[in-house]
Design a protein around this ligand. Structure first.
Ligand code: SAM
Length: 258
């Protein structure tokens, strides 16, 4: 990367993360999702394509697809998060989706849970460098057992951490009653949800469904399993049900409390 920090987001210089955004036709989506926070998102894109690759947090091939695959994919999930809510991001890795959520929505407080020290160090540096210290904290450790140390959150997010049944077992204890787990998933989301049904019931989830985020904004919308935590996490008598995917229009400031 040969980024010149003086180049604005629309400078269109090839070889920069800004140039990448324009050459891939993603500039409009980025402006819609990040708004006035686009400069911070661009600074994070530089970190991802630079030090995160150099230090092995993401693979070298990711440098050329940081926007669509990482920043835009993760930012779209904020349409499912209400104003001022608390968020725990489990298995943050290089801050995905947690740091992107915090960049997109300064009204949220975000805790990044990550067990690998190398990643914790990078995340801590990134939070500092991006000036996000007032809303973001890094919690070193695994999700299992973190409920003893963290206050229950309105929302727990996770991407590419574990299959849904195992993920729910780790994450639902971190969600307040009636709060939600938002699990970003790939194309096989429906099979994964079907397989996880018994575990979700056992964990006391009150409902779950699949949402599509970034519809009409992203080239391919983000698939998110939205699991609502029951009032009693271990009450298996509260049955859940899988509903077909629902379109969810982008509205970064919309409140959706259950
Ligand atoms: C494949 S990476 C995904 C990172 C990031 N969420 C993303 O989408 O790029 C999985 C991450 O989950 C973390 N992880 C694995 N098991 C975990 C656990 N039990 N609790 C919390 N994090 C965990 C790993 O250290 C790693 O950073």
């Amino acid at each position: 990367m040969t980024d010149d920090p003086s180049n604005g987001p629309s400078s269109g210089l090839s070889g920069t993360v800004e140039g990448l955004l324009e050459s891939e036709g993603l500039a409009a989506a980025a402006r819609t999702l990040f708004g006035e926070r686009l400069a911070i998102a661009t600074a994070f894109a530089r970190l991802l394509a630079g030090s995160a690759v150099e230090r092995g947090l993401i693979g070298p091939r990711e440098a050329s697809r940081v926007w669509e695959r990482h920043l835009l994919n993760c930012a779209s999930v904020t349409e499912l998060i209400g104003q001022g809510e608390s968020v725990i991001d489990v298995g943050s890795g290089a801050g995905l989706p947690g740091l992107v959520v915090a960049i997109t929505r300064p009204d949220l407080t975000v805790t990044l849970v990550e067990p690998l020290q190398r990643r914790v160090t990078w995340l801590t540096e990134a939070v500092e460098e991006l000036g996000l210290g007032t809303t973001v904290s890094v919690h070193p450790g695994r999700a299992e057992g973190a409920s003893a140390e963290l206050a229950p959150a309105d929302v727990v997010t996770a991407r590419a951490v574990a299959p849904l049944d195992r993920l729910a077992g780790w994450c639902l204890p971190l969600v307040r009653p009636g709060g939600v787990l938002l699990a970003l998933k790939g194309e096989s989301v429906d099979q994964e949800v079907a397989a996880a049904g018994p575990a979700l019931r056992e964990l006391g989830a009150s409902s779950w469904d699949v949402r599509l985020c970034g519809v009409g904004v992203l080239p391919s919308p983000t698939r998110v399993v939205r699991v609502v935590a029951g009032s009693s996490p271990l009450n298996s008598s509260r049955g859940g049900g899988h509903r077909p995917p629902t379109r969810s229009r982008h509205s970064a400031r919309r409140s959706r409390r259950d």
